[in-house]
Design a protein around this ligand. Sequence first.
Ligand code: ATP
Length: 489
Amino acid sequence: MAETLKKLDDLVALCKRRGFIFQSSDIYGGLASCYDYGPLGVELKRNVKNAWWKSVVQTRDDMVGLDCSILMHPMVWKASGHVDKFADLIAECKKCNTRTRVDHLQGVENEETTHHEQPEAAMAKDGLNDKVCPKCGTTGQFTEPMPFKLMFETQMGANVDDSMKVYLRPETAQGIFTNFSNVLNTTRLKLPFGIAQIGKSFRNEVTTKAFIFRTREFEQMEIEFFCVPGTDEQWWEHWKNERMKWYLDLGIRKENLRFRPHADDELAHYAKACVDIEYLFPFGQGDWQELEGIANRTDYDLRQHQRGMRSITKWFENGRDTEKTPLVDEPDDWSKGPLSYFDDESRKRYIPYVIEPSAGVDRGMLAFLVDAYAEEEVRGEKRNLLRFHPSLAPIKAAVFPLVKKDGMPEKARTIYNELRQYFTSFYDQKGAVGRRYRRQDEAGTPFCITVDGQTAEDNTVTIRDRDSMEQTRINCDKLLGYLREKLGI
Ligand code: ATP
């Protein structure tokens, strides 16, 4: 009987031992909440991103991709609301001086709730008298909550007269909104259509948590799906189902996934609806946590950017000080503004509505790792394995000569050289073959191919299946076709 992951520490240890994930700047003692992906991790990460891209761009007629710069005009973040509002409410424990996100403080009985853009909602609750400091355990000894800005700031430009404060983007979404008309004007797309982007985002998170779950530098996979107002609810449903299906199709167990609709007091003021896809992570006693949010953002963002565009003169007048530049009001004819859409059929101009499925690459990876993790006892010995879906597995096939003689290494290398033209493969001739199998189990490799004594006689090799450990013989001429079919590549 296979055991699933009980403690996150076991997975952290496996990830380090096998080269999936390392602490950033490890040799200097590490940099908190930043991680590096090792040889296996980088393959897994790329596979997650490719699976997403295939599902939301490659196989759809109504989606295109984009790759925007991380540094953007600072007024982008004014218009989006981030400069003024992207903050967490924090409170400091008077005993040990640890600062914690107010919405992450556990009451004696309360659960944590909420979302970055909703600090007021969390604060409105009846004070912090019943809240416990997560560091020292003291109850109700907190300072007044205060906002803590989450955007990383930096300076751009060498000259005093043209340098300015810019921000590392805290989400990829705004780059999509700012390119809405560029994409519209350079493609033949008509509503409804969506733009997808994968890229790094940065947030100076207060509470970092559980390995790669919440980090200060992370990658997002975001879609802005533009649709005709009035059809937004139907598209929201569509994306909800599509995105849940994606996790299930990639092998995450159904019982570990759920939808969590946002409560009214949690919903951002502009959002008409929002639902999170949550995964049951093994933190503490088992904890449902957000993997992805799917929001109906209405026409809010494009309208805000129209205001931002109109505020540029004011920004120059204010010495390019973004924080001090208020956004000008919308004109009466805002619906015909520069980011509006002309609908050929209805002959009307309007601002599209937007559905935003926003997922984390790293957080998704953590869920795939947790869900794939298994420990088994085989003939009195423990075996660790990662039961990755074949399309996520960092290495698809490993090739071994049974022993280092009788032409076996040469034959195995020939097979390996052929397979690696089609998918990531691995060659290993070191140690007992049983140990080589175990190493691949731990890396999540679905198939191991062994060249043995019989190979020279009838050109067959064995294929061992990671999950069932069954071995079958196959003719080398059929090997590639067999593997490609099984791997779906
Ligand atoms: P939270 O309330 O947990 O801080 P959020 O609701 O602000 O997160 P969004 O802004 O909706 O998160 O971001 C979309 C997705 O990006 C999240 O569902 C998550 O997968 C990922 N994400 C956000 N912040 C981080 C982070 N600090 N580290 C890793 N992934 C993140």
